[in-house]
Design a protein around this ligand. Structure first.
Ligand SMILES: Nc1ncnc2c1ncn2[C@@H]1O[C@H](COP(=O)(O)OP(=O)(O)OP(=O)(O)O)[C@@H](O)[C@H]1O
Ligand SMILES: C[C@H](N)[C@H](N)CCCCCC(=O)O
Ligand SMILES: [Mg+2]
Length: 217
């Protein structure tokens, strides 16, 4: 595997957090890692997700985030609201060039897997077209069973390979946290990797390693 799409059950669930820790772990392991957020929205002065990741990967921000929109929307809604467009073909070439340059490329979506990048073209389609296996980031708390199963089911229906489910943000406050991972495993056959809510951004080394193992390192 040379690349992965980090998708999620929703926006704000922890894709960038997981991408950061995965990039950190791969760099620690001596892997030349690149990051690509094909489209970042909600960009006022600088792309927040891209800037965080390039602090590790040492890329040019324009390589990491080639397309930006200023409003906090899906990419397709950004096109509709901001009246500018971009080429899916150019984005794919950009990704293919990055594959030549890096040993591993972490691609981050925007929001969840069914978020439209263009009309009739969502992140599941992108994963299919770019031949990307996926990591699904899910919440730890109540509601995650439904969201995670729907994401899993859609990904499967699109013929995608799911490398892992990362259940993120365990705090021990919500009683459903005790059973969510087990039930998601029963429904999907995939044992979620459980990540705690932490102060700051950097997970302990064993959990960083566990993320790297999900993508084959
Ligand atoms: N396990 C965690 N412990 C502490 N903070 C976390 C954890 N996971 C995520 N966060 C924080 O929660 C916020 C939302 O997470 P993040 O930005 O990774 O979401 P996202 O899925 O990338 O969202 P988007 O769809 O906008 O890209 C961020 O401030 C992030 O640092
Ligand atoms: C602006 C935000 N932080 C995300 N990157 C974009 C999320 C789009 C979600 C669209 C939706 O599911 O309704
Ligand atoms: Mg993000």
């Amino acid at each position: 595997m040379r690349a992965v799409l980090i998708t999620a059950t929703d926006t704000g669930v922890g894709k960038t957090f997981v991408a950061y820790n995965l990039a950190y772990a791969l760099k620690e392991a001596g892997v030349k890692v690149g990051y690509l957020k094909p489209v970042e929205t909600d960009v006022k002065d600088f792309p927040a997700d891209g800037s965080l990741l390039v602090s590790i990967t040492e890329q040019d921000i324009k390589e990491a985030v080639p397309v930006v929109f200023s409003l906090p929307l899906s990419p397709y809604a950004g096109i509709l609201e901001e009246g500018k467009d971009f080429s899916l073909e150019d984005l794919k070439h950009h990704f293919e060039n990055m594959l030549k340059k890096y040993e591993f490329v972490i691609v981050e979506g925007a929001g969840g897997i069914a978020v439209p990048i263009k009309r009739d073209y969502d992140y599941a389609r992108l994963a299919k077209d770019w031949n990307l296996p996926i990591l699904v980031v899910a919440r730890a708390t109540l509601g995650t069973i439904n969201h995670t199963f729907l994401t899993y089911f859609y990904a499967k229906s699109m013929g995608l390979t799911i490398k892992g489910i990362v259940m993120n943000g365990f705090e021990g406050k919500d009683v459903s946290e005790r059973t969510n991972a087990r039930i998601v495993q029963e429904l999907t056959g995939i044992k979620p990797l459980e990540l705690p809510k932490i102060d700051g951004l950097l997970l302990p080394e064993d959990l960083r390693r566990a993320l790297a193992e999900l993508v084959g390192f």
